[in-house]
Design a protein around this ligand. Structure first.
Ligand code: URA
Length: 220
């Protein structure tokens, strides 16, 4: 498989064509007024792994592709260490347009974009969903703290959902780098593949306390 860099603009697969067109014309929230380009997502429709970030930043808004800035470079390293590349995974965000000044997405923006994310999950039907950061995590793990549950897969609707720190967190907090690396190193195992490299010692938090989220699925 040829390496795809974050600079490559991939062709849109037919499975995504209508959806991406709809996203490109989306007027559902005020981010439509300030965006340069929508950032629908990238990767194969048959990907086994789907990574869901927060929202596009400045570089993503320019290029129309997710995770092409500094956090994206770290994401590429994390994928490579797990024996994966961008060709193997589908990457998108909770919100498809850049919030001005990279502010957090508002609840109504997340809600407006949710049907797009629903359709992406339906099309890709991944075996493993990795949530990157608290905004995507909140969909499956509402009210839980990432510091407590990162790296702990949960079975939901026949697939695994694994909450992980956002790669940008390691750019601000160096101590999180090894934590994120250890969480990503689990991916081959979750996919039933041999580990690409010896995994660093796990730094994940202890058992997750029983909370009101138990209807969301089973912690593994
Ligand atoms: N951060 C995100 O959450 N998504 C991107 O696409 C880029 C940075």
């Amino acid at each position: 498989m040829s390496a795809m860099t974050s600079e490559t603009v991939p062709a849109v697969e037919p499975a995504f064509a209508d959806l991406y067109e709809e996203i490109a014309d989306c007027p559902r929230c005020t981010l439509a007024r300030t965006r340069s380009r929508t950032v629908p997502g990238v990767g194969p429709s048959l990907a086994e792994v789907m990574l869901i970030g927060e929202a596009p930043g400045a570089r993503e808004d320019e290029q129309g592709l997710p995770f092409v800035g500094p956090a994206g470079r770290f994401l590429d390293d994390l994928l490579a260490a797990a024996g994966l590349s961008r060709n193997d995974v589908y990457i998108c965000n909770v919100v498809k347009c850049r919030p001005p000044g990279n502010r957090d997405p508002e609840p109504e923006e997340i809600a407006a974009c949710r049907p797009f994310l629903d359709r992406q999950i339906e099309v890709v039907n991944p075996r493993v969903i990795v949530t990157l950061g608290r905004f995507s995590m909140a969909r499956w793990f509402p009210g839980l703290a990432i510091s407590r549950i990162h790296g702990r897969p949960r079975e939901v609707d026949g697939r695994l959902v694994v909450p992980m720190y956002h790669p940008a967190a390691a750019l601000h907090r160096g101590d999180l780098r090894a934590v994120i690396e250890a969480d990503f190193a689990q991916l081959p195992n979750l996919l039933g593949r041999p580990a690409a490299r010896p995994a660093p010692a796990p730094l994940a938090a202890g058992p997750v306390a029983a909370t009101a989220d138990t209807d969301q699925g089973r912690l593994l």
